[in-house]
Design a protein around this ligand. Structure first.
Ligand SMILES: NC(=O)C1=CN([C@@H]2O[C@H](COP(=O)(O)OP(=O)(O)OC[C@H]3O[C@@H](n4cnc5c(N)ncnc54)[C@H](O)[C@@H]3O)[C@@H](O)[C@H]2O)C=CC1
Ligand SMILES: O=CCc1c[nH]c2ccccc12
Length: 270
């Protein structure tokens, strides 16, 4: 099945592939690279207050001429200023009236504290500034704290997600599944970007050879098969085309099990 959408607990839908804008390069290059991602077929961009390129993403959106309802925009509060001011500044930079998804970037930047920050997020959603609200880098204990006073359950938790951390993340995945919180997977390509030569390489290479695919495509297909929203990136058009095509790559249960086992063998926190 190609890349598609996932229904969130607030009844909205989110594309299950996103283009991340962290470390995209300087202003003009950043803007061109977002446009390149739209051209390649991405419909979801993931940015943040402190990536320093919401302006470029907004300009890219404007220049590409894509209508607002055809693109899904996520940004995050990264701890600078108040949440209320931050989202308003993000909306100006992004040149939009609302974002589709607004996240608390991490528990430590959920200021002044997790419960107060979440109450602010709920207000923004009620005001229509964010269609959906969620968190990032939250552990079960952080979610416990949040849910004690929350009126709304976070729609997503955006976390580090790749085969080497999968086994140790299972308790968090289970927690989120029980609360109907969708997992967004960032840095899914760590096995080839930061840890080449590890135990996951073998099954990934075997599957890639069989499917005439690249290792990156196999890793994206693995994260998709786990039911996550996959967030990846590249400055290169050829790689972006490969990411889009990875939506058609169906792994078997045996493939997924092989990658899970190899990931657990080489497990190290990055
Ligand atoms: N919420 C959070 O705290 C975080 C969120 N993110 C989000 O996730 C997005 C994606 O994160 P990444 O770590 O960049 O994702 P990723 O793990 O998909 O890596 C993407 C990088 O892999 C490179 N790559 C692709 N194929 C390769 C190959 N065959 N060999 C070597 N390198 C290859 C690409 O050129 C690109 O630079 C970010 O832009 C951001 O939006 C990322 C980190 C933290
Ligand atoms: O999103 C990527 C990593 C990152 C950059 N800034 C922050 C702030 C808080 C948590 C994570 C990050």
């Amino acid at each position: 099945m190609p890349w598609s959408t996932i229904k969130l607990n607030d009844d909205t839908v989110i594309p299950n592939l996103a283009f991340g804008t962290w470390k995209l390069g300087n202003a003009q290059l950043g803007q061109d690279r977002v446009i390149q991602a739209f051209d390649a077929g991405f419909t979801h961009i993931d940015t943040a207050q402190n990536y320093g390129n919401e302006n470029e993403a907004g300009d890219a959106l404007h220049r590409s001429g894509i209508s607002r309802d055809k693109v899904y925009i996520t940004t995050k509060y990264s701890g600078r200023g108040t949440i209320s001011d931050s989202i308003r500044q993000s909306l100006i930079k992004l040149r939009v009236d609302y974002v589709d998804l607004y996240l608390l970037h991490a528990p430590e930047v959920s200021k002044p504290d997790i419960q107060t920050a979440w109450a602010e997020m709920e207000k923004l959603q009620a005001q229509g500034l964010a269609k959906s609200i969620g968190v990032s880098n939250y552990e079960p204990s952080d979610l416990d704290t949040l849910l004690k006073t929350a009126k709304i359950v976070p729609a997503v938790n955006q976390i580090l997600f790749h085969p080497y951390v999968y086994a140790e993340t299972l308790p968090l995945l289970d927690y989120c599944a029980k609360k109907n919180i969708v997992i967004e997977a960032y840095s899914p390509l760590i096995p080839i970007t930061s840890k080449p030569g590890g135990s996951v390489d073998k099954p990934v290479a075997r599957i890639a050879a069989r499917e005439h695919a690249t290792p990156a495509q196999v890793l994206l297909a693995w994260a998709k098969a786990k039911g996550t929203v996959v967030i990846t990136s590249s400055r290169e058009r050829e790689r972006l085309d490969g990411y889009i095509q990875a939506g058609d790559l169906e792994l078997t249960k045996a493939d997924i099990d092989d990658i899970d086992v190899a990931g657990a063998l080489g497990s190290t926190r990055f």
